[in-house]
Design a protein. Sequence first.
Length: 70
Amino acid sequence: IKSKYPELNDNTWNVLSIIINNPKISAEDIGKIMNISGRMVRKHIASLRERDILTRIGTNKSGYWHINKE
């Protein structure tokens, strides 16, 4: 999957990796793990969603992330 999207940077792939390991994690918690802001995490998530790699299932509070392509 990484070779199909060479325009995505390492931080975006790191966000995806964290989500794969914990689909219910919040952007704020990902930011704490990666030592970046929640806003920056949401930008990486937006890049993944634009490419249909990632989808949010359910609400922001009780939902989870679904990986569409592995």
